[in-house]
Design a protein around this ligand. Structure first.
Ligand SMILES: Nc1nc2c(ncn2[C@@H]2O[C@H](COP(=O)(O)OP(=O)(O)OP(=O)(O)O)[C@@H](O)[C@H]2O)c(=O)[nH]1
Length: 481
């Protein structure tokens, strides 16, 4: 074995002492390497357990490095044991094994890294991915250009629109407006921008606009149309129809207002309303006039009818109407085989009243007797003035007995009448009544004639009495005998 030390140093050293020193150093190193191996073993066990529990940490390279270090330390320990025992061959083997273990550990790490790298995409795949990426970015560029174009078009359409347009936020604050809107209210950009758009409207119309904005904010979409008045700078109101819509693609917070001047239409509507009101007023006036004329006509007609039907002094039917009512009653009685009676009433010595008390009292007596008769009759009976002081009552459904009862009641009631005359004593009157009851198909004239006959008989018999006309069949019978 060659000596590595300079000859002067070797000469001054005792080889045995040098060997003993080397062996002591080897013993210390061996103890240190044993400790290192023990510590590495404990660390390796712990790392193996961690690698099993947490595979995502990828601790295999650390374990391999640790195994290499472990083997290297063990081999170094073997070499130091060879030095300690003075066995050159064992020391050489330990050195070689240590070097081999280190190389093996590094080789294993390199191999594992190479495998990991193999798992990464191949260059061709990188190329494809790159192309796809550039295509995507080109698409994004085109989309951006399209968006810019679309925004440009919108801006141009907005700025040059013939109707007023606003962009506001949901609270109505103006973000942008066009020239047509400014012209509508006679305003300038400074006066409109950032202003509350609702505040540009007439006070009475602001609640409707606020409500429209609130609805848009609640729905986040859709459109609302409001008719309202804007305040022009010169103080007048400008009628507009305003469509508010959440602007698509601009976020739910933006509202586009389309404001159209409807002043002409409103003025036309106002003219129409005024014309209609004036027409309605004229029609109402004309209707009132017509209704009044109709009422007057109706009154005149009623008066005419009364004049044609009634007796002017007493208000009861005149002779013509009385006769026509008698014909109707006679036709009904003949059809149903019903009774019909006629009472002919004449005031006794009426001429004397006229002569002694005057025609005025005579008229008064006539009116009172007519009223008395009316009260003695039914509503279905007809009372008329037959002529002069002669009154006639037609009693449908009445037979002789009923007719006589009514006649007697009339006579008695008239008897009780008393009037204030010219003298101190009251003027009393009486009347005579002739009663005739319809027989078979007797004609009206014959019936009236028989009643008149009976009246004449009552007069001749002394007046203030009732006489029932004889049955004509009975008279014929007597004539035949
Ligand atoms: N005041 C008044 N008198 C009238 C009216 N119409 C007729 N007279 C009168 O009535 C009288 C009728 O008289 P008469 O019926 O002839 O005889 P009278 O005096 O009633 O006697 P008797 O009938 O026989 O009881 C006449 O003097 C008429 O001038 C009238 O409307 N008003």
């Amino acid at each position: 074995m060659s000596n590595p030390f300079p000859s002067t140093l070797l000469q001054s050293l005792d080889p045995a002492a040098l060997m003993a020193g080397l062996q002591g150093l080897a013993a210390v190193r061996l103890a240190a390497e044993a400790g290192l191996v023990l510590g590495a073993s404990i660390l390796a066990v712990w790392l193996v357990a961690l690698a099993v529990q947490r595979p995502e940490l990828e601790l295999r390279p650390v374990l391999l490095a640790l195994a290499g270090a472990f083997l290297a330390a063990a081999a170094a320990g073997l070499a130091d044991l060879g030095v300690l025992l003075g066995l050159g061959a064992l020391r050489a083997l330990g050195v070689q094994l240590a070097a081999g273990a280190a190389v093996l550990g590094l080789a294993l790490i390199a191999l594992r890294e190479a495998r990991r790298l193999r798992r990464l995409p191949a260059p061709a795949e990188f190329h494809q991915a790159q192309e796809a990426l550039s295509r995507a970015s080109a698409g994004q560029r085109i989309a951006q250009q399209a968006l810019n174009l679309s925004e440009g078009r919108f801006r141009a359409a907005f700025e040059h629109a013939a109707i007023g347009m606003l962009l506001t936020d949901m609270r109505g604050r103006v973000l942008r407006h066009n020239a047509a809107f400014a012209a509508l209210i006679g305003g300038d950009a400074a006066g409109i921008q950032r202003r509350d758009a609702v505040g540009l409207a007439h006070d009475d119309d602001q609640p409707a606009l606020r409500e429209a904005l609130a609805r848009l904010a609640a729905d986040g979409q859709g459109a609302v149309t409001v008719e309202c008045r804007l305040r022009h700078r010169d103080g007048r109101a400008v009628w507009v129809t305003t469509s508010l819509a959440a602007l698509p693609g601009a976020g739910a917070e933006t509202v586009v207002w389309q404001v159209q001047d409807i002043g002409e239409r409103k003025a036309y509507e106002q003219t129409l309303r005024e014309t209609r009101d004036a027409l309605e007023q004229r029609v109402a006036e004309r209707t009132r006039d017509l209704q009044e004329a109709n009422r007057r006509l109706e009154r005149a007609n009623r008066h005419l009818r009364r004049m044609a039907r009634d007796d002017a002094l007493t208000g009861i039917s005149n002779r013509r109407h009385l006769t026509s009512e008698l014909r109707r009653a006679r036709a009904a009685a003949a059809r149903y085989g019903d009774g019909l009676a006629v009472l002919m009433v004449d005031i006794d010595h009426f001429k004397r009243i006229n002569d002694n008390e005057g025609h005025q009292l005579g008229d008064q007596v006539l009116v009172s007797v007519a009223d008395t008769l009316r009260r003695c009759l039914r509503a279905s009976d007809t009372l008329g003035r037959y002529g002069g002081d002669e009154l006639c009552a037609v009693l449908p459904h009445a037979d002789a007995e009923a007719a006589l009862a009514v006649a007697e009641k009339v006579r008695r009631t008239v008897h009780e009448l008393a009037f204030r005359g010219r003298g101190p004593r009251p003027v009393c009157i009486t009347c005579s009544v002739g009663v005739a009851v319809l027989v078979g198909d007797e004609r009206v004239e014959a019936l009236l004639a028989r009643a008149d006959d009976a009246l004449y008989q009552a007069k001749r018999a002394g007046r203030d009495r009732v006489v029932l006309a004889a049955d004509p069949a009975h008279d014929r019978q007597l004539a035949g005998q």
